[in-house]
Design a protein around this ligand. Structure first.
Ligand code: HEC
Ligand code: HEC
Length: 165
């Protein structure tokens, strides 16, 4: 009996734990922005960052990712509507927003103070190894990232394993 109660509570608490950020649900975004890399959720960055990124696609982290104006407009409006400040009901989007310093333009997720703080304990080799390469490669470690889930119980670092703090 006590065991059943335990299972019941465990299931309840799992369900109460929704995604950390809102999962991507825009087909155009998936098509244009999730081919070279994983489709980063809009709620991982504030509006100013998305505006900057979408205005500079021909010069995109050393790649040319330019698209026509109409596609750009449509994707930008999706990104802005779901950017971190506009998704404060999602736990990580709220933490990201609250970590921003006034007047700073963050040009990538990896520059966001909350992101830096959360990844500061990871050893360098875990990132530079060939299975990961860069901290931008979220899905190498976050096994449920595409569902918007980033909690440490879904982290599995190649050649290291589950995260132990
Ligand atoms: C031609 C390939 C290509 C396309 C298409 C592309 N990107 Fe990228 N993007 C890159 C590269 C290369 C990087 C650098 C990070 C890396 O090495 O994975 C990057 C990085 C990023 C980052 C920063 C990630 C971080 O860790 O901070 C964001 C945000 C981003 N891209 C958004 C977009 C959006 C939005 C689109 C669609 C409009 C898009 N990308 C389309 C190649 C591309
Ligand atoms: C090398 C592996 C690795 C990569 C790559 C990586 N992360 Fe993480 N991330 C971790 C680990 C480990 C933690 C847990 C840190 C802790 O809780 O102490 C974490 C924590 C987080 C958290 C906080 C979750 C929580 O519940 O506290 C978020 C959000 C997150 N990562 C997002 C990202 C995003 C977005 C990317 C890609 C731009 C990324 N991570 C890339 C390993 C990684």
């Amino acid at each position: 009996m006590r065991f059943l109660l335990f299972v019941f509570i465990a299931i309840l608490s799992l369900e109460a734990k929704g995604p950390d950020v809102r999962p991507v649900d825009n087909e155009l975004y998936k098509k244009e922005c999730a081919t070279c890399h994983y489709g980063y959720q809009p709620g991982l960055l504030p509006t100013q960052s998305w505006e900057f990124i979408m205005q500079n696609l021909e010069n995109h982290y050393g790649s040319d990712a330019s698209i026509d104006d109409e596609t750009n407009k449509s994707i930008l409006s999706y990104l802005l509507a779901n950017a971190s400040q506009n998704a404060m009901n999602y736990k990580r989007s709220a933490k990201i927003t609250n970590s921003l310093e006034n007047g700073v333009l963050y040009k990538s997720i990896t520059e966001i103070p909350y992101h830096i703080k959360k990844h500061r304990k990871i050893e360098k080799w875990m990132i530079t190894q060939k299975e990961v390469k860069t901290l931008s490669n979220c899905t190498a470690c976050h096994k449920k990232a595409d569902q918007g889930i980033y909690g440490d119980d879904s982290v599995n670092i190649p050649n290291y394993g589950v995260w132990r703090d």
